[in-house]
Design a protein around this ligand. Structure first.
Ligand SMILES: C[S@@+](CC[C@H](N)C(=O)[O-])C[C@H]1O[C@@H](n2cnc3c(N)ncnc32)[C@H](O)[C@@H]1O
Length: 356
Protein backbone atom coordinates (compact mmCIF):
# COMPACT_ATOMS: atom_id res chain seq x y z
CA UNK A 1 0.00 0.00 0.00
CA UNK A 2 1.40 3.38 -1.01
CA UNK A 3 0.83 6.24 1.37
CA UNK A 4 1.91 9.85 1.15
CA UNK A 5 3.17 11.50 4.27
CA UNK A 6 1.49 14.73 5.07
CA UNK A 7 4.33 16.52 6.72
CA UNK A 8 2.38 17.71 9.74
CA UNK A 9 1.75 15.01 12.25
CA UNK A 10 1.39 11.89 10.07
CA UNK A 11 3.70 9.08 11.17
CA UNK A 12 5.85 6.91 8.95
CA UNK A 13 4.74 3.29 8.84
CA UNK A 14 6.82 0.15 8.52
CA UNK A 15 6.09 -3.43 7.72
CA UNK A 16 8.43 -6.29 8.54
CA UNK A 17 10.46 -7.23 5.50
CA UNK A 18 11.01 -10.91 4.73
CA UNK A 19 14.43 -10.17 3.30
CA UNK A 20 16.54 -7.04 2.92
CA UNK A 21 18.83 -8.56 0.30
CA UNK A 22 18.69 -7.67 -3.40
CA UNK A 23 22.15 -8.52 -4.76
CA UNK A 24 21.38 -7.93 -8.44
CA UNK A 25 20.35 -4.29 -7.99
CA UNK A 26 22.64 -1.37 -8.73
CA UNK A 27 23.44 -1.24 -5.00
CA UNK A 28 25.41 -4.45 -5.43
CA UNK A 29 28.13 -2.69 -7.37
CA UNK A 30 30.20 -2.16 -4.24
CA UNK A 31 30.35 -3.68 -0.72
CA UNK A 32 30.33 -0.34 1.14
CA UNK A 33 30.61 -0.51 4.91
CA UNK A 34 27.44 0.61 6.68
CA UNK A 35 25.40 0.42 3.46
CA UNK A 36 21.70 0.34 4.35
CA UNK A 37 19.20 -1.94 2.69
CA UNK A 38 17.62 -0.34 -0.38
CA UNK A 39 14.40 -2.27 0.22
CA UNK A 40 14.22 -0.86 3.71
CA UNK A 41 15.09 2.68 2.57
CA UNK A 42 12.34 2.42 -0.02
CA UNK A 43 9.77 1.88 2.73
CA UNK A 44 10.38 5.43 3.93
CA UNK A 45 10.87 6.95 0.48
CA UNK A 46 7.60 5.48 -0.81
CA UNK A 47 5.78 7.45 1.88
CA UNK A 48 7.28 10.78 0.76
CA UNK A 49 5.75 13.02 -1.91
CA UNK A 50 7.24 12.66 -5.39
CA UNK A 51 8.34 16.28 -5.69
CA UNK A 52 10.83 18.29 -3.69
CA UNK A 53 14.51 18.13 -2.76
CA UNK A 54 15.89 15.34 -0.58
CA UNK A 55 19.33 15.62 1.01
CA UNK A 56 21.39 12.74 2.37
CA UNK A 57 24.25 14.50 4.20
CA UNK A 58 26.10 11.20 4.83
CA UNK A 59 25.20 9.42 1.61
CA UNK A 60 27.89 6.71 1.67
CA UNK A 61 27.37 4.52 -1.38
CA UNK A 62 24.21 6.45 -2.34
CA UNK A 63 21.46 3.95 -1.49
CA UNK A 64 19.02 6.57 -0.23
CA UNK A 65 19.65 9.21 -2.87
CA UNK A 66 19.41 6.67 -5.69
CA UNK A 67 16.08 5.29 -4.45
CA UNK A 68 14.71 8.77 -3.70
CA UNK A 69 15.59 9.95 -7.20
CA UNK A 70 13.88 6.95 -8.72
CA UNK A 71 10.83 7.90 -6.68
CA UNK A 72 10.80 11.30 -8.43
CA UNK A 73 12.58 13.55 -5.95
CA UNK A 74 15.52 15.74 -6.80
CA UNK A 75 18.38 14.74 -4.53
CA UNK A 76 21.70 15.88 -3.12
CA UNK A 77 24.15 13.41 -1.62
CA UNK A 78 27.17 14.49 0.40
CA UNK A 79 30.01 12.34 1.70
CA UNK A 80 33.64 13.09 2.50
CA UNK A 81 34.98 9.64 1.68
CA UNK A 82 36.13 9.76 -1.98
CA UNK A 83 35.25 6.10 -2.57
CA UNK A 84 31.69 6.66 -1.30
CA UNK A 85 31.47 9.74 -3.51
CA UNK A 86 32.53 7.75 -6.59
CA UNK A 87 30.12 4.89 -5.89
CA UNK A 88 27.22 7.32 -5.53
CA UNK A 89 28.22 9.10 -8.73
CA UNK A 90 28.23 5.70 -10.45
CA UNK A 91 24.56 5.28 -9.56
CA UNK A 92 23.77 8.69 -11.05
CA UNK A 93 25.53 8.07 -14.33
CA UNK A 94 23.24 7.96 -17.32
CA UNK A 95 25.17 5.54 -19.53
CA UNK A 96 24.15 3.14 -22.26
CA UNK A 97 25.18 -0.38 -21.22
CA UNK A 98 25.76 -1.72 -24.76
CA UNK A 99 28.10 1.17 -25.54
CA UNK A 100 29.75 0.82 -22.18
CA UNK A 101 30.49 -2.88 -22.68
CA UNK A 102 31.87 -2.18 -26.15
CA UNK A 103 34.09 0.58 -24.83
CA UNK A 104 35.36 -1.34 -21.79
CA UNK A 105 36.06 -4.41 -23.96
CA UNK A 106 38.21 -2.23 -26.18
CA UNK A 107 40.09 -0.87 -23.17
CA UNK A 108 40.64 -4.43 -21.93
CA UNK A 109 42.10 -5.42 -25.32
CA UNK A 110 44.55 -2.53 -25.08
CA UNK A 111 45.35 -3.30 -21.44
CA UNK A 112 46.12 -6.93 -22.30
CA UNK A 113 48.78 -5.83 -24.76
CA UNK A 114 50.55 -3.53 -22.32
CA UNK A 115 54.08 -4.57 -21.42
CA UNK A 116 54.90 -1.95 -18.80
CA UNK A 117 52.35 -2.40 -16.05
CA UNK A 118 52.75 -0.45 -12.81
CA UNK A 119 53.20 -2.72 -9.79
CA UNK A 120 50.32 -2.85 -7.32
CA UNK A 121 51.30 -1.17 -4.00
CA UNK A 122 52.48 -3.82 -1.51
CA UNK A 123 49.75 -2.95 1.02
CA UNK A 124 47.15 -4.10 -1.51
CA UNK A 125 49.14 -6.74 -3.38
CA UNK A 126 49.01 -9.17 -0.45
CA UNK A 127 45.27 -9.69 -1.07
CA UNK A 128 45.57 -10.73 -4.73
CA UNK A 129 46.89 -13.49 -6.94
CA UNK A 130 49.80 -12.05 -8.93
CA UNK A 131 47.98 -12.39 -12.29
CA UNK A 132 44.80 -10.77 -10.99
CA UNK A 133 46.83 -7.89 -9.52
CA UNK A 134 48.46 -7.33 -12.91
CA UNK A 135 45.07 -7.20 -14.62
CA UNK A 136 43.74 -4.71 -12.06
CA UNK A 137 46.78 -2.47 -12.52
CA UNK A 138 46.64 -2.71 -16.32
CA UNK A 139 43.12 -1.27 -16.19
CA UNK A 140 43.93 1.24 -13.49
CA UNK A 141 46.07 3.13 -15.99
CA UNK A 142 42.87 3.58 -18.08
CA UNK A 143 40.76 4.68 -15.10
CA UNK A 144 40.34 8.24 -16.37
CA UNK A 145 38.81 6.92 -19.62
CA UNK A 146 35.94 5.32 -17.70
CA UNK A 147 32.65 7.10 -17.02
CA UNK A 148 31.28 7.32 -13.49
CA UNK A 149 29.25 4.09 -13.67
CA UNK A 150 32.26 2.23 -15.05
CA UNK A 151 34.54 3.74 -12.39
CA UNK A 152 32.23 2.73 -9.52
CA UNK A 153 31.84 -0.76 -10.91
CA UNK A 154 35.61 -1.03 -11.41
CA UNK A 155 36.06 -0.30 -7.67
CA UNK A 156 33.44 -2.92 -6.81
CA UNK A 157 35.08 -5.45 -9.14
CA UNK A 158 38.36 -4.93 -7.27
CA UNK A 159 36.62 -5.95 -4.02
CA UNK A 160 35.00 -8.97 -5.66
CA UNK A 161 38.33 -10.02 -7.17
CA UNK A 162 40.06 -9.73 -3.78
CA UNK A 163 37.33 -11.91 -2.32
CA UNK A 164 37.72 -14.43 -5.15
CA UNK A 165 41.52 -14.54 -4.81
CA UNK A 166 40.94 -15.45 -1.16
CA UNK A 167 38.77 -18.36 -2.25
CA UNK A 168 35.48 -16.56 -1.51
CA UNK A 169 35.97 -17.26 2.19
CA UNK A 170 35.34 -13.62 3.11
CA UNK A 171 31.77 -12.42 3.49
CA UNK A 172 30.30 -10.06 0.92
CA UNK A 173 30.66 -7.15 3.37
CA UNK A 174 33.72 -8.00 5.48
CA UNK A 175 37.19 -9.06 4.54
CA UNK A 176 38.77 -11.92 6.50
CA UNK A 177 42.03 -13.83 6.78
CA UNK A 178 44.37 -13.67 3.81
CA UNK A 179 44.56 -17.08 2.14
CA UNK A 180 48.04 -18.51 1.78
CA UNK A 181 47.26 -19.92 -1.67
CA UNK A 182 45.50 -17.30 -3.79
CA UNK A 183 43.07 -18.24 -6.54
CA UNK A 184 43.72 -16.56 -9.86
CA UNK A 185 40.61 -14.55 -10.71
CA UNK A 186 40.09 -13.15 -14.18
CA UNK A 187 39.59 -9.51 -13.32
CA UNK A 188 38.60 -8.49 -16.83
CA UNK A 189 35.72 -10.98 -16.83
CA UNK A 190 34.59 -9.99 -13.35
CA UNK A 191 34.54 -6.32 -14.31
CA UNK A 192 32.51 -6.93 -17.48
CA UNK A 193 30.07 -9.24 -15.68
CA UNK A 194 29.55 -6.68 -12.93
CA UNK A 195 28.94 -3.89 -15.46
CA UNK A 196 26.16 -5.96 -16.99
CA UNK A 197 24.66 -7.25 -13.73
CA UNK A 198 24.10 -4.01 -11.85
CA UNK A 199 23.38 -1.55 -14.61
CA UNK A 200 20.39 0.65 -13.79
CA UNK A 201 21.13 4.33 -14.38
CA UNK A 202 18.74 6.99 -13.22
CA UNK A 203 17.41 9.76 -15.47
CA UNK A 204 19.31 13.05 -15.52
CA UNK A 205 17.96 15.98 -13.52
CA UNK A 206 19.35 18.67 -11.23
CA UNK A 207 20.49 16.15 -8.62
CA UNK A 208 24.10 16.20 -7.42
CA UNK A 209 26.66 14.29 -5.44
CA UNK A 210 29.18 16.30 -3.47
CA UNK A 211 32.52 15.27 -2.05
CA UNK A 212 32.41 17.36 1.07
CA UNK A 213 32.24 17.65 4.82
CA UNK A 214 28.72 17.85 6.24
CA UNK A 215 29.97 19.96 9.12
CA UNK A 216 30.22 22.68 6.46
CA UNK A 217 27.25 21.71 4.32
CA UNK A 218 26.12 25.33 4.11
CA UNK A 219 29.09 25.84 1.75
CA UNK A 220 27.57 23.51 -0.83
CA UNK A 221 23.81 23.48 -0.36
CA UNK A 222 21.62 26.61 -0.49
CA UNK A 223 19.98 27.84 2.67
CA UNK A 224 16.30 27.05 3.10
CA UNK A 225 16.22 24.76 0.03
CA UNK A 226 15.80 21.18 1.29
CA UNK A 227 12.38 19.54 1.84
CA UNK A 228 13.57 16.21 3.26
CA UNK A 229 16.71 15.04 4.99
CA UNK A 230 16.96 11.29 5.14
CA UNK A 231 20.20 9.71 6.28
CA UNK A 232 22.01 7.04 8.22
CA UNK A 233 24.75 9.09 9.92
CA UNK A 234 28.23 7.75 10.68
CA UNK A 235 27.99 5.25 13.51
CA UNK A 236 28.95 6.52 16.93
CA UNK A 237 31.09 3.55 17.83
CA UNK A 238 33.77 4.87 15.51
CA UNK A 239 33.16 2.52 12.57
CA UNK A 240 35.94 3.14 10.08
CA UNK A 241 34.48 3.78 6.61
CA UNK A 242 37.93 3.65 5.03
CA UNK A 243 38.60 0.12 6.26
CA UNK A 244 37.80 -3.39 5.04
CA UNK A 245 37.27 -3.74 1.25
CA UNK A 246 37.51 0.04 0.92
CA UNK A 247 41.01 0.03 2.45
CA UNK A 248 42.16 -2.36 -0.29
CA UNK A 249 40.81 0.04 -2.91
CA UNK A 250 42.35 3.11 -1.22
CA UNK A 251 45.69 1.28 -1.15
CA UNK A 252 45.54 0.40 -4.84
CA UNK A 253 45.01 4.08 -5.60
CA UNK A 254 47.77 4.97 -3.13
CA UNK A 255 45.34 7.36 -1.39
CA UNK A 256 46.42 9.09 1.80
CA UNK A 257 43.97 7.35 4.12
CA UNK A 258 44.86 9.27 7.27
CA UNK A 259 44.17 12.55 5.48
CA UNK A 260 40.80 11.21 4.29
CA UNK A 261 40.00 10.08 7.84
CA UNK A 262 40.61 13.61 9.12
CA UNK A 263 37.46 14.66 7.23
CA UNK A 264 35.33 11.84 8.61
CA UNK A 265 33.41 11.74 11.87
CA UNK A 266 34.78 8.59 13.44
CA UNK A 267 36.04 9.29 16.94
CA UNK A 268 33.66 8.66 19.80
CA UNK A 269 35.04 11.46 22.00
CA UNK A 270 34.27 14.22 19.53
CA UNK A 271 31.23 12.49 18.02
CA UNK A 272 28.54 14.41 19.87
CA UNK A 273 30.08 17.82 19.07
CA UNK A 274 30.46 16.86 15.46
CA UNK A 275 26.93 15.60 14.88
CA UNK A 276 25.58 18.66 16.67
CA UNK A 277 27.56 20.81 14.24
CA UNK A 278 26.11 18.85 11.32
CA UNK A 279 22.59 19.13 12.68
CA UNK A 280 22.88 22.92 13.05
CA UNK A 281 24.03 23.09 9.44
CA UNK A 282 21.11 20.89 8.36
CA UNK A 283 18.71 23.29 10.04
CA UNK A 284 20.19 26.11 7.94
CA UNK A 285 19.76 24.35 4.60
CA UNK A 286 16.28 22.90 5.26
CA UNK A 287 12.97 24.66 4.71
CA UNK A 288 10.87 25.62 7.70
CA UNK A 289 8.48 22.73 7.09
CA UNK A 290 11.13 20.13 6.28
CA UNK A 291 11.11 16.58 7.56
CA UNK A 292 14.42 15.31 8.98
CA UNK A 293 14.79 11.53 9.23
CA UNK A 294 17.80 9.84 10.84
CA UNK A 295 18.21 6.05 10.93
CA UNK A 296 20.53 5.13 13.77
CA UNK A 297 21.38 2.03 15.75
CA UNK A 298 22.03 1.32 19.40
CA UNK A 299 25.73 1.16 20.01
CA UNK A 300 28.00 -0.81 22.21
CA UNK A 301 30.66 1.08 24.24
CA UNK A 302 32.60 -1.41 26.31
CA UNK A 303 29.96 -3.32 28.23
CA UNK A 304 27.33 -0.64 27.87
CA UNK A 305 24.75 -0.41 25.09
CA UNK A 306 23.84 3.20 24.28
CA UNK A 307 20.34 3.83 22.99
CA UNK A 308 20.66 5.56 19.61
CA UNK A 309 17.27 7.22 19.87
CA UNK A 310 18.05 8.83 23.21
CA UNK A 311 21.50 9.91 22.11
CA UNK A 312 20.20 11.65 19.00
CA UNK A 313 17.28 13.26 20.85
CA UNK A 314 19.86 15.44 22.59
CA UNK A 315 21.76 16.71 19.56
CA UNK A 316 19.09 19.22 18.61
CA UNK A 317 17.36 21.85 20.77
CA UNK A 318 14.05 20.49 19.48
CA UNK A 319 13.03 17.01 20.61
CA UNK A 320 12.18 14.61 17.79
CA UNK A 321 8.48 14.38 16.93
CA UNK A 322 8.68 10.61 17.20
CA UNK A 323 11.04 7.67 17.17
CA UNK A 324 10.21 4.28 15.70
CA UNK A 325 12.20 1.46 17.29
CA UNK A 326 12.75 -1.72 15.28
CA UNK A 327 14.55 -5.02 15.54
CA UNK A 328 17.38 -5.52 13.09
CA UNK A 329 16.43 -8.16 10.59
CA UNK A 330 18.77 -10.42 8.65
CA UNK A 331 21.74 -8.03 8.79
CA UNK A 332 25.37 -8.29 9.87
CA UNK A 333 24.35 -6.40 13.05
CA UNK A 334 22.11 -9.30 14.02
CA UNK A 335 24.98 -11.78 13.68
CA UNK A 336 27.25 -9.44 15.59
CA UNK A 337 24.70 -9.19 18.41
CA UNK A 338 24.56 -12.96 18.68
CA UNK A 339 28.33 -13.12 19.11
CA UNK A 340 28.39 -10.28 21.66
CA UNK A 341 25.24 -11.37 23.50
CA UNK A 342 23.71 -7.93 23.00
CA UNK A 343 20.38 -6.99 21.56
CA UNK A 344 20.68 -3.70 19.80
CA UNK A 345 17.78 -2.05 18.05
CA UNK A 346 17.50 0.33 15.17
CA UNK A 347 15.73 3.66 15.64
CA UNK A 348 14.17 5.90 13.04
CA UNK A 349 14.12 9.42 14.43
CA UNK A 350 11.88 12.04 12.87
CA UNK A 351 11.96 15.80 13.36
CA UNK A 352 9.17 17.73 11.66
CA UNK A 353 10.32 21.33 11.37
CA UNK A 354 6.78 22.57 10.76
CA UNK A 355 6.06 21.95 14.45
CA UNK A 356 9.02 24.05 15.75
C1 LIG B 1 26.39 4.88 7.78
S1 LIG B 1 27.37 5.49 6.45
C2 LIG B 1 26.17 5.83 5.23
C3 LIG B 1 25.87 4.61 4.40
C4 LIG B 1 24.83 4.87 3.32
N1 LIG B 1 23.51 5.05 3.86
C5 LIG B 1 24.84 3.73 2.30
O1 LIG B 1 23.79 3.10 2.11
O2 LIG B 1 25.90 3.44 1.74
C6 LIG B 1 27.87 7.07 7.01
C7 LIG B 1 28.73 7.86 6.03
O3 LIG B 1 29.09 9.11 6.65
C8 LIG B 1 30.28 9.55 6.01
N2 LIG B 1 30.85 10.65 6.80
C9 LIG B 1 31.51 10.57 7.99
N3 LIG B 1 31.87 11.80 8.37
C10 LIG B 1 31.43 12.67 7.43
C11 LIG B 1 31.49 14.08 7.29
N4 LIG B 1 32.07 14.85 8.20
N5 LIG B 1 30.92 14.64 6.19
C12 LIG B 1 30.32 13.88 5.25
N6 LIG B 1 30.25 12.54 5.33
C13 LIG B 1 30.80 11.95 6.40
C14 LIG B 1 31.12 8.28 5.92
O4 LIG B 1 32.11 8.38 4.93
C15 LIG B 1 30.05 7.22 5.61
O5 LIG B 1 30.02 6.98 4.22
Amino acid sequence: MKMTVIKKGRKLKFRKLESVVNPKSVHGIYPYRGKISALDAKQIIDQLPTTGLLLDPFCGSGTIVYEARKHGLEVVGVDSNPIAHQITKAKFCDNEIALSLFKVNKIIMQAKKEKQIKKMPEKALKYFHEETAKQVMSLLSHYDELDDYEKGTFLGAICLAARGCNQYKWSSTQIGKIAEEKNPVNFYEKFLAKLKKHHAPAESDGSMVILGDTRKIGNYVSENSVDFVYTSPPYFDGLDYTSNYTRIVHNIFDNNVSKIKDNLIQKFDSYEDNVRKCFNELVKVTKEDALIIFVVGDKKRGKEVINGGEFFSDICDHKPNYIVERQYSGTASKIWDKINKTERKEQIIVWDRSTW
